[in-house]
Design a protein around this ligand. Sequence first.
Ligand code: IPE
Ligand code: IPE
Ligand code: MG
Length: 246
Amino acid sequence: MVIEELKKNCIPRHVAVIMDGNGRWAELHGNDRIYGHRQGVDAVRSIVEGAGEVGIKYLTLYAFSTENWDRPKNEVNALMSLLVDAIVKEIENLNEKNVKMHAIGNLDSFPSDVQLKLAEAIEKTSSNTGLNLILALSYSGRWDILQMVKQIVSKAINGEIVEKQINESLIVNHLSTSGIPDPELLIRTSGEYRISNFLLWQIAYSEFYFTPILWPDFRKENLFEAIADFQRRERRFGKTSEQIRS
Ligand code: IPE
Ligand code: IPE
Ligand code: MG
């Protein structure tokens, strides 16, 4: 798949990715799971580049879920150091590519060095105007909905909002993705067909793309293929095909 084959006027603004299959990739290559996670960074670099090239405005990557804390301690620790290393190493490259970094999730749950490096990277890329790269870290869709409910309830108790002001846009404005449009396209690698508690509210009308490719093998050409598939679909939003075509 080459970039020239994509319709320029139909590029999703926001693509979300469940980067799955690092462990199985490592096993296939006779190595430990950590090795698979390390190789996954090359895939991230490639799709960040590809996303910029096709003009995607928001790319959200599910890097660590709330549930991933329950993995063996050595794997969690390795993921933490890999995260810090990758952020520190890639920051210059991200700046050159005009990428603005963001993070969503329960960031307070991370060790302080991870929080610090993350905050630094966000700060150093804050004036960039190209691709918005959103890392979902210690993230889950239910966590997001829960923290939104807590914020709204506390504002209601303080008298800042009244019941009739509670509508969809109020909810959207209190989710961690506030200000970011919903993803038009959600990609999951590794042949699993589930959401695993990723964005829940936000994917109400997303198109899903599943591929058997394991994350460390995923490259920007595969992203372009997913976009081409997206472009062949008819998004009806509850209407009839006839209504959409007229
Ligand atoms: C995805 O790969 C990375 C994270 C969840 C952090 P996995 O580690 O889940 O790889 P598999 O699913 O075991 O192959
Ligand atoms: C989803 O992958 C989370 C991330 C990619 C960060 P998992 O590998 O954790 O999902 P399950 O447990 O197989 O559903
Ligand atoms: Mg997995």
